[in-house]
Write a protein that binds this ligand. Structure first.
Ligand SMILES: Nc1ncnc2c1ncn2[C@@H]1O[C@H](COP(=O)(O)OP(=O)(O)OP(=O)(O)O)[C@@H](O)[C@H]1O
Length: 258
């Protein structure tokens, strides 16, 4: 049996103690070396879940373990060597060059107050090339388009060389060719052993990429399992409260919603 890389046990979390929690006893288990998609409507708790994994938010109760060790037992640096995030977007107050920004992904590997080595620079530059934006390396991060910025955020996460890669709506700013590029890169990463957890509003992306899918609504897991069995007309219609159809072409399943 594939071991679990990440587990949530009875996790309770909310932003405000005077209001109902977002999660009230959430259980999850993420298999090592697989790609898992989280699908769910706006406000379902997808981003909150990712922030809990990163240790940016602390559960009120319950346990989140990485490799069977509670994540609060990891130092920031150790957690940074295990987990990285491609966020939807990020506020960047300083005028970093693209390469400097991607080099931030190497921070968990640097000695205290140490500068990046030539190897770190090579890894960062290669991550940019992998994302197809090597030519932007000396541009200011502040001058990039939304999609270019999202590719830089992806490059930074790749430079971090994580065991677990988290993605929060990774394709929200990407054109079709960059979407396909990202899908290819994620498949390669999976084949080299990286475990991937991504939140997405695109059931098509889950179908194209993920082995497993978790369907969430209002902080609860409605159902989870193999993507082909989860991304169905019935389940999608249930979570999005609209009629959704699936159609088959070239032996593949596609989503139709009008
Ligand atoms: N900083 C915050 N303070 C208070 N409540 C918050 C905060 N962030 C999120 N929430 C609430 O927590 C719930 C889950 O939000 P979350 O952002 O995790 O959902 P999501 O599934 O990622 O949504 P979306 O698809 O719209 O990005 C929502 O009800 C939201 O209003």
């Amino acid at each position: 049996m594939t071991p679990s890389l990440l587990t949530f046990q009875e996790v309770r979390f909310g932003y405000n103690r005077t209001e109902a929690p977002v999660f009230d006893g959430l259980d999850l288990s993420l298999k090592e070396g697989r790609i898992t998609a989280i699908l769910g409507p706006n406000g379902a708790g997808k981003t909150t879940l990712l922030y809990l994994v990163l240790g940016w938010l602390k559960p009120w109760a319950g346990k989140i373990c990485l490799l069977d060790i509670p994540i609060e037992n990891y130092s920031r640096r150790a957690l940074g060597q295990h987990i990285s995030l491609i966020p939807q977007s990020e506020h960047t107050p300083f005028e970093y060059t693209v390469l400097e920004y991607v080099l931030l992904g190497r921070a968990p590997y640097l000695p205290p107050l140490g500068a990046p080595s030539q190897d770190d620079e090579k890894i960062a530059y290669e991550a940019l090339v992998k994302m197809g934006i090597g030519d932007l390396y000396d541009h200011s991060i502040l001058t990039l388009s939304g999609g270019e910025r999202q590719m830089v955020l992806a490059a930074r996460a790749l430079a971090q060389e994580p065991k677990l890669l988290l993605l929060d709506e990774p394709t929200s700013h990407l054109d079709l060719s960059n979407k396909v590029r990202l899908v290819h890169i994620l498949r390669k990463l999976k084949n080299s052993g990286t475990t991937i957890l991504m939140s997405t509003h695109e059931p098509e992306l889950a179908l194209a990429l993920s082995d497993d899918t978790i369907l969430m609504e209002k902080g609860r897991v409605l159902t989870s399992g193999r993507t082909a069995e989860m991304v169905t007309e019935e389940n999608l219609s249930k979570i999005y409260h609209i009629p959704v159809k699936t159609v088959f072409a070239d032996g593949k399943k596609f989503i139709a919603w009008m």
